[in-house]
Design a binder for this molecule. Structure first.
Ligand code: ATP
Ligand code: MG
Length: 359
């Protein structure tokens, strides 16, 4: 059965309204419950696990565990079920779309307040998962979803391993995990822990700040080449692409994407706190709990918004310095001078026009 052409059909009590896309393991549909009228996303498993008893048991075990996850920054899984050979999951519909959708709609660097909010939301979701021993393992812009108000939530937490991985890997054109966000240890097939998610989050931060990837594959790069970049190459310089950013941000990003997991931030909230401190202008000791925004920080507005939105990060004191009167007077004098010069130039042009006599 073609799983991406089921629009209009009904599965269980869900009417499939629109195909949203597919990943390595599932086809996602926007649906509406015929009983409650609520919009939900229904994810149809591609692999037919129903004939493989142990795989089916694993699916049920993992689905049951995922049902228990309950956090405002984790996309809520409501139920799972089976219709004939089809297995499916029903989850919260995130109306704001994915971070990937956002990159497509607004290419290039994203606004700093948007980046900070996404980071803080996703860091909380990751801490929540990691404290329960759950590693996402496939963190990428497609799996960061937004609600109508712009709150970010982590998608597919605890469900990426449902399908038979071997089958997913061999499926033509679809790789398990997106190579651009995969940590060196993941590439090497080593066992992964929470720090593989920190690595992916670091790559996503670089991408949000610059619109580009720290290990940029060329159009013709093979997957193996991207693999090598993540294993041995140094990331591109953030500051070369964004010289306007506080230099301390470069060190934060590079620490998040260190090749050795031991040298990375050890938790997502640690990364979020360091990022915020660097952005506000005092990267020296983000754990001290007091961050004073330097007077010449170009991110005054962002810093203030960050201050009001802060929840998990250390207490931040933002010193809001108004423009000094001397600077204001100098600025006005310069403006008047420029206006006068422009007026003189206009006068000169008019005189020239008046005195022009054709031969
Ligand atoms: N809960 C949701 N609310 C709104 N859109 C969603 C939701 N879940 C998925 N989508 C959309 O459907 C697309 C396909 O989702 P799916 O999870 O199958 O694949 P993916 O995220 O691209 O890859 P992966 O299988 O690795 O998670 C996503 O890229 C996203 O745009
Ligand atoms: Mg997904």
């Amino acid at each position: 059965m073609e799983l991406h052409t089921l629009e209009g059909q009904q599965i269980g009590r869900y009417k499939l309204l629109a195909w949203l896309g597919e990943g390595a393991h599932v086809h996602a549909y926007l649906t509406r419950s015929t009983e409650t009228g609520e919009y939900r996303v229904l994810k149809l498993l591609k692999s037919n696990l129903t004939r493989n008893e142990s795989a089916l048991a694993r699916f049920y075990d993992e689905a049951r565990a995922a049902l228990d996850l309950d956090h405002p920054n984790v996309v809520k899984l409501f139920s799972y079920d089976r219709e004939g050979d089809l297995l499916y999951l029903v989850e919260e519909f995130c109306e704001g779309g994915s971070l990937l959708d956002r990159f497509k709609a607004h290419p290039g660097a994203q606004p700093l307040d948007f980046i900070l909010r996404t980071l803080e939301d996703i860091a909380q979701a990751l801490d929540y998962a990691h404290q329960r021993g759950i590693v996402h393992g496939d963190l990428k812009p497609e799996n960061i979803l937004y609600d109508r108000e712009g709150k970010a939530a982590l998608s597919d937490l605890g469900v990426t391993k449902y399908a038979d991985e071997a089958e997913a890997r061999s499926r033509e054109g679809l790789l398990f995990g997106n190579p651009n966000y995969m940590s060196p240890e993941e590439w090497q097939g080593k066992s992964v822990d929470a720090r593989t998610d920190i690595y992916a989050l670091g790559i996503i931060l670089f991408e949000m700040l610059t619109g580009e990837l720290p290990f940029e594959p060329t159009q013709t790069s093979s997957v193996m080449f991207v693999h090598l970049l993540h294993l041995v190459a140094q990331p591109r310089s953030l500051l070369q692409l964004r010289p306007d950013l506080p230099p301390a941000l470069e060190a934060v990003i590079h620490k998040a994407i260190e090749k050795d997991p031991e040298r990375r931030y050890q938790s997502a909230s640690e990364l979020a706190a360091a990022f915020k401190a660097a952005l506000l202008g005092n990267p020296s000791d983000p754990s001290k709990g007091e961050t004073v925004m330097s007077a010449n920080s170009p991110f005054g507005a962002t810093a203030e918004r960050a201050q009001t939105q802060a929840t998990s990060a250390p207490e931040v004191i933002v010193v809001n310095r108004s423009l000094s009167p001397v600077l204001l007077a100098a600025f006005l004098a310069a403006l008047l001078g420029l206006l006068y010069l422009w007026w003189r130039a206009q006068q000169g042009a008019e005189v020239e026009e008046e005195t022009y006599t054709p031969l």
